[in-house]
Design a protein around this ligand. Structure first.
Ligand code: ADP
Ligand code: AMP
Length: 216
């Protein structure tokens, strides 16, 4: 199954992608995670990307398209994949269509997770991530058992640099301007599945499974 998770920052794409990975045994391809890893390692890609990420702007299309093109060639993507945070512009969506077309593949469903702006702000300001395994928490909505420590691996939890209120507001503006037009793009192709992203994590997951025709 080839899935795209669309939706604004904080809508729960990463949280839901990790659950779908377990269920379908296909990889999550998060361009945000790949870029953050490059920043951490201090590679040339990381150094270029950091300038944009710190300001809440999008990294240039050709950079992220190159990342995804390479990643989709991975053997682990043969059974399917979950794109999380890509595409984010019409140009990226068109490039993805070309890349998949050349591979003789296509997208099965595009899940648009809808959450209002106030809730997005609450979610992003309280988000914490495990440094070691990438597990996601929220200080109020999904807290770890011990403060600052990952339940799963004992790793240290941290707050992303771009989860500061000012940067969050810029990321939401960028989403409205550059990414929201993808809703119509995929609607026209008959691939869009709109999901109410409010309520509990399991409730949202159940809505996604229903929308993609998984009867469990
Ligand atoms: P995205 O990948 O779309 O930016 P995340 O999956 O990182 O979003 O979720 C953002 C924050 O919201 C995280 O702290 C996560 O724990 C929390 N979260 C995710 N889904 C829900 C939900 N259904 N209800 C409340 N909080 C949620
Ligand atoms: P995310 O983890 O998806 O919230 O992404 C964090 C940041 O990485 C974004 O604010 C962008 O700066 C950058 N980024 C991630 N994915 C993309 C993409 N598809 N296109 C451009 N920039 C991206």
């Amino acid at each position: 199954m080839n899935l795209i998770l669309l939706g604004p920052p904080g809508s729960g794409k990463g949280t839901q992608a990790k659950r779908l990975v377990q269920r379908y045994e296909i990889p999550q391809i998060s361009t945000g995670d790949i870029l953050r890893e490059a920043v951490k390692e201090g590679t040339p890609l990381g150094r270029e990307a950091k300038r944009y990420m710190d300001e809440g702007k999008l990294v240039p299309d050709e950079v992220v398209v190159g990342i995804v093109r390479d990643r989709l060639k991975g053997l682990d993507c043969q059974k399917g994949f979950i794109l999380d945070g890509f595409p984010r512009t019409i140009a990226q969506a068109e490039a993805l269509d070309r890349i998949l077309g050349e591979m003789g593949r296509g997208i099965d469903h595009v899940i648009d997770i809808e959450v209002d702006k106030e809730e997005l702000l609450r979610r992003l300001t309280g988000r914490r991530t495990c440094k070691r395994c990438g597990a996601m928490y929220h200080v109020v909505f999904n807290p770890p058992k011990a403060d600052g420590v990952c339940d799963r691996c004992g790793g240290e939890l941290y707050q992303r640099d771009d989860d500061k209120e000012e940067t969050i507001r810029e990321r939401l503006r960028v989403y409205e301007g550059q990414t929201a037009p993808l809703v119509e793009y995929y609607e026209k192709k008959g691939l869009l599945r709109r999901i109410d992203g409010t309520g509990g994590i399991e409730e949202v997951e159940a809505r996604i499974l229903k929308a993609i025709g998984d009867k469990g």
